[in-house]
Design a protein around this ligand. Sequence first.
Ligand code: ZN
Length: 120
Amino acid sequence: MALICLGEREAVEWLYDVRVSMIKVGYLKYIAQENGNFNNVHAWNYDLLLRRLSEVAEEYGINVIYVDESYTLLRCPWHGDGCSIRISRGLFKCTTIDKVFNADLIAVHNILNDTSNPKP
Ligand SMILES: [Zn+2]
């Protein structure tokens, strides 16, 4: 979100200033082919954004890792597998504690804690 609001260079400069050494970026695999609409295909060019981010980050010595966002909502951050439900677009529910959370925050948490990628 910060990248879109600030622009790539300003966002990378801010990340550099707070000593971030690695950026994980969600790669929207097949979105244009499977779920494309005006908002996610025509209104912005995600590939261009990723290339600019990677180029600017390289200038600052920050690594950029592309992460597959598939299945990032299948795991509850507190209880693991078996209690997570996506109740609507943008909302995640843990059935164990019967609470609803923002799905993007859950996905980001799971991406950051994914052991298949090094942590930033
Ligand atoms: Zn849970």
